[in-house]
Design a protein around this ligand. Structure first.
Ligand SMILES: [Zn+2]
Length: 267
């Protein structure tokens, strides 16, 4: 599942390809035919992401809203578009660039007040300058739910998925089972600040790397795939810090990874 940095990356790419251009919008698959006709021939004015939601603002305050969900993908390119093989829900094309969207969970045309309504339901996005980190922290620290569950709630923290959840909690040495209400404000502040750092880094690299070089098997050069994480998908392997076997457990339909040696409640 794409996390927030991927969606912000798509927003940047689409802005670079199509910003202030008049676009041909179609739905080769047909399922978005009505929506495509509403946008076809308009100029793309605004491109933004909030959490895992992408919003493309066209003339006359019409917005294309996309949530990729589990299976959605974008493909982009310069020059003439390739044949839209497979189920292309939306095809965007300017004179010199193209983009194809396949398999999104949500793809619809919204008015500006509807975009505001969607965004009002989303929490603080570590990749947005207007994120209300303090408000998110106050709500999280009033809850009895575990920090691991709360971090995945998009109405609290938007854009964090399973990788950033596991890795940020590990880096902060927070027990993922700790109830939100037991998390000190200073721990929240540190966790938020690290999420901002990690997700900006992910956006820049185009991939998630959370390990510091001294904790990798190969300490110099680009972090290889098997060196990218501390705990995510490392169940049974030795913790890079303390050597304890990393644990995986089901939590809310997703697998939670953590180190029972490093991530211990102090209270
Ligand atoms: Zn450990």
């Amino acid at each position: 599942v794409p996390e927030g940095h991927t969606v912000h990356g798509h927003a940047r790419r689409l802005a670079a390809l199509f910003g202030d251009r008049r676009l041909a919008v179609s739905s080769p698959q047909g399922r978005f035919g009505t929506g495509a006709r509403l946008l076809d021939g308009r100029i793309l004015r605004t491109t933004t992401a909030h959490g895992k939601h992408l919003f493309l603002g066209f003339d006359d305050e019409r917005w294309l809203h996309v949530h990729l969900g589990l299976f959605g993908t974008w493909r982009f390119g310069d020059g003439p578009p390739p044949d839209p093989r497979g189920a292309v829900r939306v095809a965007l094309a300017s004179a010199d660039a193209w983009a194809h969207l396949r398999g999104p969970t949500a793809c619809d045309v919204l008015a500006t007040d509807e975009v505001t309504a969607v965004r009002n339901r989303l929490g603080a996005d570590p990749l947005r300058a207007d994120a209300d980190a303090r408000g998110a922290g106050e709500r999280l620290r009033r809850s009895r739910s575990s920090v691991a569950v709360l971090l995945m709630r998009q109405d609290l923290v938007a854009g964090v998925g399973n990788v950033y959840r596991a890795e940020s909690l590990f880096r902060a040495r927070i027990d993922p089972h700790l109830p939100g209400r037991a998390l000190p404000e200073s721990s929240w502040n540190a966790l938020w600040s690290d999420l901002v750092t990690l997700m900006r880094d992910g956006l820049r690299r185009g991939r998630i790397v959370t390990t510091r070089p001294q904790h990798r098997t190969r300490r110099s050069g680009i972090a290889r795939g098997e060196d990218a994480y501390y705990v995510y998908r490392r169940a049974g392997l030795a913790c890079r810090i303390c050597g304890t076997a990393v644990r995986a457990e089901p939590l809310g339909g997703r697998t939670l990874y953590h180190c029972p040696g490093c991530q211990v409640s102090s209270g």
